[in-house]
Design a protein around this ligand. Structure first.
Ligand code: UDP
Ligand code: MG
Length: 328
């Protein structure tokens, strides 16, 4: 067993297929995942690799992954994070390890049936560089379904990313797209959307969706909200533009009201000692302030995107059969 302490950079494809799976506290599902995933991949009869990224699990997930690595070292690689950096960072770290001509992302909890993988591979080989998925029948709570439906609509309106179902992580990417994603040093990101922005020939297929095999969702309401902010701010400045627009409309409206009240003041005389005139003036100023803040936000948002160049995650070890790791 080789343990290297840094991630590999892009290497020429040496296997046909890489399956990338983020794992966070999934001890109850991992064995069932191994039992279903490996037979599907073996049946493809092509060289493949499965890359698990342990995202700082506090349960026995890391041990289970190490055991699986020992059972199937020729086709299994395990990246061990030394903390919890989130699902999308875990997938990014997996992408940096990908040696396949095609990469497939999958959730560990078996909500995405591994049996769908051959269909995704076929779609890539039919000439698409990105294969998105639409869940035929989504098996999640009603709240999750409704909230994510609304977010889906909002994203569709304010970004140029067009996906029928943004939430499903069972997706396929071709090698060139993976290389492009690896060149992005996005910190807070949403991988299906990021990949879509670069895809030349994207397509979507319908896939089955199952209930979580065991354990519970790793996303609290709070982290779901954070994730959706990443999705919106990472791919659109429209919210900031709305802010500026509201400020503009407000100041125009208040300006008109102010004029009206000034005229009224001289024609009919002061009302309530001129209090309303004062209000109008105040609204006018508030409108200008909102506009100013919105405009500032436009700049700050862009600068912030540009300057934050922190490491995105930290890998403590990589379990893999041969060391191809290159120091970054
Ligand atoms: N996950 C992760 N890091 C996290 C949260 C989740 O690697 O901080 C993994 C998790 O183990 C699973 C996938 O991301 O493989 C999707 O998580 P989950 O099923 O909890 O999300 P949901 O299906 O509820 O959206
Ligand atoms: Mg899930």
């Amino acid at each position: 067993m080789n343990i290297s302490s840094s991630a590999a950079t892009a290497v020429a494809p040496s296997v046909a297929l890489s399956v990338v799976i983020p794992v966070y506290n999934e001890e109850d599902v991992l064995q069932a995942l191994f039992d279903r995933l490996y037979p599907v991949l073996d049946a493809l009869d092509e060289p493949y690799e499965v890359i698990f990224i342990n995202d700082g699990s506090r349960d026995r997930s890391a041990q289970l992954l190490a055991t699986q690595y020992q059972l199937r070292p020729e086709v299994t690689r395990v990246v061990l994070f030394n903390g919890n950096f989130g699902q999308h960072m875990a997938i990014m770290a997996g992408f940096e390890q990908v040696r396949g001509a095609i990469a497939i992302t999958l959730d560990a909890d078996l909500q995405n049936p591994p049996e769908e993988i051959p269909r995704l591979v076929a779609a890539i080989r039919a000439g698409h560089d990105y294969v998105g998925t639409i869940r035929q029948q989504r098996n999640d709570s009603a709240f999750r379904r409704i909230a994510s439906g609304l977010m889906n609509k909002l994203r569709e309106r304010i970004t140029r990313i067009h996906m029928t179902d943004q939430g499903c992580m069972l997706r396929a990417y071709d090698r060139a797209l993976i290389d492009t994603l690896n060149a992005c040093h996005e910190v807070n990101t949403f991988i299906p959307a990021l990949a879509f922005t670069f895809a030349a020939t994207p397509t979507e297929i319908e896939v089955a969706h199952e209930e979580r095999f065991a354990g519970e969702s790793k996303y609290s309401l709070y982290s779901l909200i954070r994730l959706n902010f990443d999705l919106v701010t990472g791919f659109s400045t429209v919210p900031l533009q709305w802010f500026s627009l509201i400020g503009t409309l407000l100041s125009l409206g208040a300006g008109a009201l102010f004029l009206l009240l000034v005229v009224r003041r001289f024609v009919l005389g002061a009302e309530v000692e001129g209090v309303f005139t004062l209000f109008a003036l105040q609204f006018f100023l508030i409108g200008i302030m909102l506009f100013g803040i919105g405009l500032l936000g436009e700049y700050v948002g862009r600068i912030q995107q540009q300057v934050r160049r922190r490491p995105r995650y930290r890998i403590s070890a990589v379990l893999q059969a041969e060391t191809k790791a290159i120091e970054r």
